[in-house]
Design a binder for this molecule. Structure first.
Ligand SMILES: C=CC1=C(C)c2cc3[nH]c(cc4nc(cc5[nH]c(cc1n2)c(C)c5CCC(=O)O)C(CCC(=O)O)=C4C)c(C)c3C=C
Ligand SMILES: [Fe+2]
Ligand SMILES: [Fe+2]
Length: 345
């Protein structure tokens, strides 16, 4: 015997609109406002996801609701304010993801039955709203594009979970495809190399080395089988090979540790501190795992880690912008999407 499912009455199975194909770019999410209230709402949704914090037991619920959500939002709101896009009154992650979506739509303009849109896994615009909007526009096929070059259950998998959750109460479901991780795809590695070379050419110094800093995760998730770390290693090796032997040495590290567990090592902040102490004077940092600049790149790396480096003897520091909506970054997304749309357009 199966439980009854409350299927929605709309949209109708037969639409008068032509069949369309949706392409939905999805990034992590970010608060709607740079104040404690906005950050609290966002963190509650984010940190209540069992893909992110796997043990959602009573102890975690007490820690989350009793401590984290009462202390972290105020502190983090101050950090968000430092990087906030005041013109649009939104977080940079939203501004950049929207720009990526607009530019991809323009690049795919010749395919007039393709609808490009963007969403956030946590917060707004929600995947629920954007998938329903696509269905209403007649998209009976949707390509979901998690904007994470390296797969992890905490990022890519939760996007898939959410997409299928949204479809769960639809009577006329669109067919879904999801782009795979692209951590060693040539267009991605090329785009990273070009963006690094372009950025270094704008500096008044040559870095002695480049730190390739990826978002970290608890070591125990890797021990249980998450392939994230090995994909970060593969990206770094491919990038090193692509940059060639004359480029500054590339050093792999992991940033953004959260909580008391052991996270992937070496830690970015400790490495940068040590490099300063060891006499390195000129440093650049690239963040290949982030498709768009965000709190973790603009505040944690470009501000906090720059301070750490200078405090420990470093002199020149530069955070290399993420691929964002740069020409090379957009060309990479376009190629990825066109490859995965094969047979649909
Ligand atoms: C256990 C907690 C976390 C895991 C696992 C995690 C993995 C992970 N995150 C990103 C990308 C981003 N994370 C961002 C912010 C952020 N991440 C965590 C925690 C975990 N992330 C928190 C609590 C926060 C919020 C800020 C804070 O309170 O410290 C962001 C930036 C969002 C923004 O608004 O700008 C991104 C992007 C990846 C790729 C990843 C898996 C490897
Ligand atoms: Fe994170
Ligand atoms: Fe952080």
């Amino acid at each position: 015997m199966t439980d009854a499912i409350a299927l929605e009455k709309t949209p109708p199975a037969v639409t008068t609109q032509p069949e369309r194909v949706g392409v939905l770019l999805v990034n992590l999410g970010t608060p709607d406002t740079a104040d404690a209230k906005g950050v609290r709402v966002y963190l509650k949704e984010f940190l209540s996801d069992a893909r992110v914090i796997e043990n959602q037991g009573l102890l975690w619920k007490l820690v989350l609701n009793g401590i984290i959500l009462n202390t972290r939002p105020r502190k983090k709101a101050k950090d968000y304010l430092k990087i906030w896009n005041t013109e649009k009154n939104e977080s940079p992650l939203k501004t950049i993801t929207r720009a990526q979506s607009d530019k991809l739509a323009a690049a795919l303009g010749s395919h007039d039955h393709v609808v490009v849109d963007w969403a956030m896994r946590y917060g707004n615009p929600s995947m629920h709203d954007r998938i329903h909007a696509m269905a209403k526009q007649g998209c009976d096929r949707i390509l979901v594009v998690p904007l994470y070059p390296q797969y992890s259950a905490a990022t890519s998998a939760t996007v898939c979970d959410q997409a299928f959750r949204v479809l769960a109460d639809m009577r006329a479901q669109p067919t879904l495809r999801v782009t795979p991780p692209y951590y060693v795809d040539a267009p991605y590695i090329d785009a990273l190399a070009v963006s690094i070379e372009k950025h270094l050419a704008t500096l008044d110094f040559v870095p002695e080395m480049i730190v390739a800093s990826f978002h970290g995760m608890p070591q125990k998730y890797i021990d249980k089988g998450d392939p994230y770390q090995s994909q970060c290693v593969a990206t770094t090796e491919a990038l090193r090979a692509r940059l060639g032997p004359d480029a500054p040495k590339l050093l792999l590290t992991f940033q953004s540790r959260f909580g008391f567990d052991e996270w992937l090592q070496p830690y970015t902040d400790k490495t940068i501190e040590q490099l300063g102490k060891d006499g390195v004077k000129r440093l650049a940092v690239v963040m290949p795992g982030f498709s768009a600049d965000c709190l973790e790149t603009l505040e944690e790396i470009a501000q906090e880690n720059c301070e750490i480096f200078r405090h420990n003897g470093g002199e020149k520091f530069s955070a290399i912008p993420c691929l964002n909506d740069s020409d090379e970054g957009m060309d990479m997304i376009r190629q990825l999407v066109l490859r995965e749309l094969q047979g649909w357009i």
